[in-house]
Structure formats: structure tokens, C-alpha cells
Ligand binder design. Structure first.
Ligand SMILES: *Cc1c(COP(=O)(O)O)cnc(C)c1O
Length: 396
């Protein structure tokens, strides 16, 4: 029996053709026509005032820290259950991440715990749309408004995800996307920054282009281009954007296929969830997910680890996810947790992500589920209601 990979980057078809075109056009540096076309497609998708392409989501997050003029000692509220870049982008400028626990049902920043973490130095809230399902943005924006805070979405996993009909990336002041090869739409390494108010555009363009007003110069708004502000090299290569354009033009096809894979797992794993041998991802009714990943929550860490081992022995790759940032050496040095984070700790121990990519075959999904079923039914450890997940799920 063959190996089943966890991820296989999908080539939509025209990527190499568009790269060849970019080379032929003679502009493979930054901000050529493919970069502009990618921006335009993402502006249409999100309705953002402007979308600027970047070399990664990490770069987009770093831009937000500069754009918001975050100062040493400023505090940013975020989950600990996230990728390092969410925190690093702010730590680089001396700001301090303040971690709040996640909800047991959606694994998102728990909006009911945000206000308790706000202090005199709090400047921003950074919700992470985990698994391509949006956070409770109405409540988060309401809190931000009443405390005069910025909202910076880490929408790395949430390109083409929606909240009450509005696209991720357009739900806060600023939104950051990733096109890393592990995400839904890819170009190797890539990202974008969504600017949701027109006042942010001019300075963002300058920061993105090494602190120069080159964009204004090319538009004929100034007669020479020069150094006017802080900035860095946040313009991606035109070659990467040419590749990405080949993916973005296949947006719906990719989205539909991911939805189908998700449905198959849900149907096949339903009986295990009914018998409380695992828990499936919860998507609130008002959230349109982009099906970024498929995870299962197991009753405890031993079950998770042994299941992972069992799958590996059967030639099936599965992976756990974030090591909580508050437990990392750097997190302990530079960040602060508001209280304990019991849900974060438990979820990181009990979560397992299953193989999920465009070209996965139905038979392979079936084999994954059969192995899960064999292992979990034999082990017969169930999720208890004291663990809270099922209860809060009903309440949601
Ligand atoms: C992937 C990811 C990032 C980083 O994206 P890059 O494009 O690799 O820099 C940041 N935050 C989250 C939540 C992610 O999943």
C-alpha cells in the first residue's frame, strides 16, 4: 500500500506559463502586471480599500507593526495557540504579546476573555482565523472600538473565508494573508496585506518599498523618488505573483474541491464523533469556511500520540499543530499570559491534522478513516463532557 502524504502542493495548470510570460515582459522585479492582477483579484474578493502583495504573511504582519507605529512596551492581545509570526512581528518592534485563551469549540481567541486582558498599554487585538474559520469579529470589533484599539487579522489560513458574508482580511483595520505552499492558494512563499481604510494606503506603500516614495514617483505625483519614512523590502518577486495568478484564477475550482474533501471526512468520521471517540471541527453557522484543514480532537494526548504512531506505521502522514507560544522559550521571555490557558494547553495536546490536499483520492481518505476507526474503537477512550468541548459546542 502506498504512502499517504499530509500535504501535496497543487499546481492548478498555468503557473509556469504565466512565469514565462513575466520573463518575456522583461519585468521580474517587483510590482509588474501579475502583482497588480493578484492585488485586484484579492481586492474584489475582500472589498478591502487596497491589497498589497508581500513576500509572506510574516512580512505583512511585520508591516502592520510598522504601520501602526507600535512602540516598545505596547501590548497586543492574541491567542497563544498560533504560529510564531503572529507574535514575532510585534516583538521585533519591542511590543509585547499578551496571550488570551481560546474557545473550546472553535479554537479561536476567546472574545469573552479579551476585556480582562486590556491594560493602559494595549494597542491592538490580533485574532487568528484558525483553520479558515473566522473569529467572533462583531464582538471583537465592538471591544476594540470601545477601548480605542486596532484590529489586525492574522488571516494567513483564511483566504476566501467569510464571516456573516464579509471576507476574512476585510473584517478588522488590517488583514494578513499567506500563500505559503501549505495554504489553500500558493506560490511557494507569498502573502498580502489588506488595508481597510484609505488613509492607510499611502504610508503602507512607502513602508513596503524600503521607506521610499517610489510608487508616488511612478504615478507622477512627485518629481523624484527618495527616502521619506521607515520601511523594508516587502515587495514580492513578480515571478512569485505570476505563479500565484495561476492559482487565483482557479479560485472556485480549488475551493469546491476542498469543500468536497471536507464533506467526505465529515460523513465518514461522523459515527466516531457520535460515539465520542473524537470531535470534529466546529464551524458556526454564520461562518463560511475555506476548508483550510481537517483536524480531529482526541480524548487525551496519549491517544493522539499513539494514533499518530499507528497511522505512521500504516504509511499515513498526520501532524499535530502549534506548540503554544506561552510554553516556548521565547514566549516565556517576551510575552505575558493573562491567567492560565487551559484550553490552549489541552487542544495543542489533543489535536491531529489529517491528510488534506487537492489531489487526495477518495480511497486514500477512506483508508485514513478506516485506520482511525480501527485504532479508536479498539482503544475505546471517550471524550468526557468535563472536557467541555461538547458542552460549549451545544451552547454556541
Ligand atoms: C502560515 C501562517 C503564518 C505565516 O505565513 P507565512 O506566509 O509563511 O509567513 C502566520 N500565521 C498563521 C496563523 C499561519 O498559519
Amino acid at each position: 500500500m502506498g504512502q499517504i502524504l499530509f500535504n501535496k502542493p497543487f499546481i492548478a495548470g498555468k503557473e509556469l506559463y504565466y512565469i514565462a510570460q513575466a520573463v518575456t515582459y522583461g519585468n521580474i522585479g517587483g510590482d509588474g502586471r501579475f502583482t497588480e492582477q493578484c492585488s485586484e483579484l484579492l481586492q474584489e474578493l475582500t472589498g478591502a480599500s487596497r491589497v498589497l502583495m508581500t513576500p509572506s504573511c510574516t512580512a505583512a504582519l511585520e508591516m502592520t507593526a510598522m504601520l501602526c507605529d507600535l512602540q516598545p512596551g505596547d501590548e497586543i492581545i492574541m491567542p497563544s495557540f498560533t504560529f510564531v509570526s503572529t507574535a514575532n512581528a510585534f516583538v521585533r518592534v519591542g511590543a509585547k504579546p499578551v496571550f488570551v485563551d481560546v474557545r473550546a469549540d472553535t479554537l479561536h481567541l476567546d472574545e469573552s476573555q479579551i476585556e480582562a486582558a486590556i491594560g493602559p498599554r494595549t494597542r491592538a487585538i490580533c485574532p487568528v482565523h484558525y483553520a479558515g474559520v473566522c473569529c467572533e469579529m462583531d464582538r471583537i470589533n465592538e471591544i476594540a472600538l470601545s477601548h480605542n484599539l486596532l484590529v489586525i487579522e492574522d488571516a494567513a489560513q483564511a483566504v476566501n473565508a467569510f464571516y456573516k458574508g464579509n471576507a476574512a482580511g476585510s473584517l478588522g483595520d488590517l488583514g494578513c494573508f499567506s500563500f505559503h505552499e501549505t495554504k489553500n492558494y500558493i506560490c511557494g512563499e507569498g502573502g498580502a496585506l489588506c488595508l481597510n481604510s484609505p488613509e492607510l494606503i499611502e504610508r503602507a506603500e512607502i513602508i513596503r518599498d524600503k521607506g521610499t516614495n517610489r510608487k508616488q514617483f511612478f504615478r507622477g505625483q512627485v518629481d523624484k523618488y527618495t527616502w521619506v519614512d521607515v520601511g523594508s523590502s516587502f515587495v514580492p518577486s513578480e515571478i512569485a505573483c505570476a505563479f500565484l495568478y495561476g492559482q487565483l484564477e482557479m479560485f472556485d475550482v480549488i475551493a469546491r474541491r476542498r469543500h468536497e474533501i471536507d464533506e467526505i471526512y465529515r460523513v465518514l468520521l461522523g459515527p466516531l464523533e457520535s460515539d465520542r471517540l473524537l470531535r470534529l471541527p466546529f464551524v458556526p453557522k454564520h461562518c463560511g469556511t475555506n476548508n483550510h484543514m481537517f483536524y480531529v480532537l482526541l480524548p487525551d494526548q496519549n491517544t493522539r500520540d499513539e494514533l499518530m504512531d499507528h497511522l505512521r506505521q500504516q504509511g499515513i502522514q498526520s501532524v499535530f499543530h502549534f506548540v503554544p507560544l506561552h510554553s516556548s522559550p521565547m514566549g516565556q521571555r517576551v510575552a505575558h499570559s493573562n491567567g492560565t490557558l487551559p484550553v490552549t494547553d489541552r487542544v495543542s495536546q489533543c489535536l491531529l491534522r489529517l491528510p488534506f490536499f487537492y489531489e487526495i483520492k477518495y480511497e486514500d481518505q477512506l483508508r485514513v478513516v478506516q485506520e482511525l476507526t480501527k485504532f479508536l474503537r479498539n482503544r475505546a477512550v471517550t471524550i468526557t463532557s468535563e472536557q467541555g468541548e461538547m458542552q460549549s459546542r451545544k451552547a454556541a
